[in-house]
Design a protein around this ligand. Structure first.
Ligand SMILES: C[S@@+](CC[C@H](N)C(=O)[O-])C[C@H]1O[C@@H](n2cnc3c(N)ncnc32)[C@H](O)[C@@H]1O
Length: 252
């Protein structure tokens, strides 16, 4: 029996709508994505295997929204939107329904032509649509998972994602093994920092933190500056950047 058949049979026995369900389980086990109570958006969700796994893992207090251009049969406790993610309208509907999301997943795949470079290019195009959606709905610290077919445009796509997250890793779940070119890029910790590590700037200290550090706000982002007092204007260099706050050292 091939690997594919094995997961297909298992999905039938366990009541999952697709063998892809095991890919999401394995991605979650590798990258800790689906916390209890989380808000999850799943793009390219039909027939719904990932939605079933996501709902099980986020529980009754979590929110799961699935989007696909194909119809998704109802799943208890899961919302669905029918739409084409290459158009703007579904993205707006998602933002209206959900507000902010903790996790954006995309298992979107193009209709295969069998011509490898074309299928690869289309897969990267869909992955970019998912990335744009992630940027518009992810909460700071949120995670992004996107399927792509390996090939010449992958590295450029990865370099575009990298600055937006604390780190990005490539995961090839065991359940994907028979689809040799398929992989998932996982971006952990969406970072909204308007500054990069090493950047120098001048900030005004507006408050003092619990530990006595000065606090500056840069476009709403919190920067902690040790040895600086409220009311001072100081030249700093950015030392560390977390999703919701960063640290900088005084230069003077
Ligand atoms: C591999 S299947 C997803 C399987 C799903 N993760 C599951 O567990 O059941 C890929 C899905 O991407 C959807 N898709 C492809 N292009 C899309 C697009 N432009 N907008 C929305 N969905 C799209 C397809 O309709 C298909 O249902």
């Amino acid at each position: 029996m091939t690997h594919k058949d094995e997961y297909y049979n298992k999905a039938k026995q366990q009541g999952y709508r697709s063998r892809s369900a095991y890919k999401l389980q394995q991605l979650d086990e590798t990258a800790s994505l689906l916390d209890e109570s989380a808000t999850v958006i799943d793009l390219g969700a039909a027939p719904g295997g990932w939605l079933q796994v996501a709902k099980e893992r986020v529980g009754d207090d979590g929110t799961v929204l699935g989007v696909d251009r194909q119809r998704i049969d109802p799943i208890d406790g899961v919302e669905t939107v029918r739409g084409d993610m290459t158009e703007a309208e579904p993205r707006e509907r998602i933002a209206d329904r959900i507000g902010e999301a903790d996790v954006v997943l995309s298992d979107m795949a193009p209709n295969m032509t069998g011509e490898y470079s074309l299928d690869h290019a289309r897969s990267i195009h869909l992955a970019r649509q998912a990335f744009e959606t992630a940027l518009s709905v992810l909460a700071p610290g949120g995670d992004f998972v996107v399927k792509a077919f390996d090939g010449s445009d992958l590295e450029a796509f990865r370099s575009d994602i990298e600055p937006e997250f604390q780190y990005v890793r490539t995961v090839r779940p065991d359940a994907s093994r028979d689809e040799s070119s398929e992989l998932y890029l996982v971006g952990k910790g969406y970072t909204t920092a308007p500054l990069a590590v090493g950047e120098e700037t001048t900030v005004e200290i507006v408050d003092t933190g619990h530990e006595g550090d000065g606090i500056a706000k840069v476009e709403g982002y919190t920067l902690f500056v040790p040895d600086a007092e409220a009311g001072e204007t100081v030249a700093v260099v950015v030392e560390d950047v977390k999703p919701k706050f960063g640290f900088a050292e005084r230069l003077d």
